[in-house]
Design a binder for this molecule. Structure first.
Ligand code: SAM
Length: 342
C-alpha cells in the first residue's frame, strides 16, 4: 500500500495505517502541490509521486511537512533558510566537526590543472557544500571574497547555487574561471575591499577564509623547502594589496575588518556570513585574531555563533620542547554572523 501520511508515535517516523487518514492526506498533498508550489524544494517536486505528508502527532489538518524517505526526516514547508529536513538540519548544528582533506576533492583539482597545487592554503569544496546547504536554498547566491582556487565556486556548482567571487592573484583567478566558467560574469580579479563597486548585490550568503595574517611569510624552513622543491607557491603573492603581506597586526585587522564591513552593503537583509579563521601565533605570543575580528564585526553584524573545525590528521611537531608550552593549533573557527536590519 502507498502511504500518504506519516507520524512519529514513538521514536521513529512511521506510516499511518488508517485508510481515511491517508485519503485526507492525499487530498491535502494535492492541494499543497497546486497552491504552495513555490515552497516545495526541487527534489521533492521531481519525485512528487513518492512524497507523503508528515505531522509528528498525526494531525493531518495541522501537517505542514513532507517527506520521501522517513529515515531522512521531514521537510517543513515553512523552512525559510534551506532545503534541509529537520534531521539534516540538526546534524549540522553541532558546534564542532572534524574534517580532513578528501582524496576525491584533491584528485578532481589535480585533474583540472596541474598548477592548482600552487595555492598554499585551500579548503575542501565538500566541506563548504555542507555550509552552503545549511545557509541557502537551491538557486540562491553565495559570495567568497577571498576565493583562492575557487573551492567555494565548485561547492556552488555541486549544490546548484550561484557563485560570486573576488580573488587578487591573477593566477588563482584564472584557475577559478577554468574551474567554474558558468560563473565567469560574477568572478572578479579584484581587491575584496572593492566589492561594493563591482556588479555584486543582494547576496544570500557569504563564506570565506581570508589570509591568516602573515602566517605564510613566516612558514617553517621545512615547509618552504618542500614546496620550493616542487616549484609551488610559498605565499599568495608579493603585492601590498595582499592582506597576507601585512606584518603589523592592527593594520592587518583594520583592513580585514573593512573588507567584511563593506560586504554588509551587498548582502540582502537576514543573510548569514561565515568566516573561517584561526588565532595566530607570532614572536612567542598568541594573537586572538578570531576573537578580535568577532568583536570588531559585531559592531555591524549580529554575531550568532562559532563552529569549530578540527583537522585531526595533521602531523604534530614538538614545538616548545623542552622549554615552554607551545601548542599545535589544529582547529579553525567558523565564525557565524548575520545582517539583521530592523
Ligand atoms: C586562505 S586563501 C583562500 C583559499 C580558498 N578558500 C580556496 O579554497 O582556494 C586566501 C586568498 O585570499 C587572497 N587575497 C589576499 N588578499 C586579498 C585581497 N585584498 N583581495 C582579494 N583576495 C585576496 C589570496 O590570494 C588567497 O588566495
Amino acid at each position: 500500500m502507498r502511504y500518504f501520511f506519516y507520524y512519529k508515535p514513538n521514536r521513529t517516523i512511521e506510516p499511518h495505517k488508517d485508510e481515511t487518514v491517508n485519503q485526507r492526506a492525499e487530498q491535502k498533498l494535492k492541494k499543497i502541490f497546486e497552491t504552495k508550489s513555490a515552497l516545495i524544494p526541487r527534489v521533492y517536486k521531481e519525485q512528487w509521486n513518492k512524497v507523503a505528508l508528515y505531522h509528528p502527532t498525526g494531525d493531518v489538518e495541522k501537517a505542514n511537512a513532507i517527506l520521501i524517505n522517513p529515515e531522512d526526516g521531514a521537510y517543513d514547508l515553512g523552512n525559510k533558510i534551506n532545503d534541509l529536513t529537520g534531521k539534516e538540519w540538526t546534524k549540522f548544528t553541532s558546534s564542532w566537526f572534524v574534517f580532513n582533506a578528501l582524496a576525491v576533492d584533491l584528485k578532481q583539482e589535480k585533474e583540472l590543472d596541474s598548477h592548482i597545487e600552487d595555492h598554499p592554503a585551500t579548503f575542501s569544496p565538500t566541506m563548504i557544500s555542507d555550509f552552503i546547504r545549511f545557509f541557502t536554498k537551491e538557486g540562491m547566491s553565495v559570495l567568497d571574497p577571498f576565493c583562492g582556487i575557487g573551492s567555494t565556486m565548485e561547492a556552488c556548482k555541486r549544490t546548484n547555487r550561484v557563485g560570486f567571487a573576488t580573488e587578487l592573484n591573477p593566477k588563482y583567478y584564472n584557475l577559478i574561471l577554468k574551474r567554474t566558467p558558468e560563473f565567469k560574469d560574477n568572478i572578479f580579479n579584484s581587491d575584496a575591499v572593492l566589492i561594493p563597486t563591482l556588479n555584486i548585490k543582494n547576496i544570500d550568503f557569504c563564506i570565506s577564509s581570508p589570509p591568516y595574517w602573515d602566517i605564510l611569510n613566516r612558514s617553517t624552513k621545512d615547509f618552504e623547502k618542500k614546496r620550493e622543491q616542487r616549484q609551488l607557491d610559498v605565499n599568495y603573492s608579493d603585492t601590498e594589496l595582499d592582506l597576507g603581506n601585512i606584518a603589523d597586526y592592527n593594520q592587518f585587522l583594520n583592513k580585514l575588518t573593512n573588507v567584511y564591513l563593506n560586504i554588509y552593503r551587498v548582502l540582502r537583509n537576514n543573510a548569514y556570513i561565515v568566516i573561517i579563521i584561526k588565532n595566530v601565533k607570532k614572536g612567542g605570543q598568541l594573537y586572538p585574531l578570531a576573537w578580535d575580528l568577532s568583536r570588531r564585526l559585531s559592531e555591524k553584524y549580529v554575531m550568532k555563533d562559532e563552529k569549530i573545525w578540527i583537522q585531526d590528521k595533521v602531523g604534530l611537531a614538538p614545538y616548545g620542547y623542552p622549554f615552554s608550552w607551545t601548542s599545535n593549533i589544529i582547529h579553525h573557527y567558523c565564525l557565524i554572523f548575520r545582517k539583521e536590519e530592523k
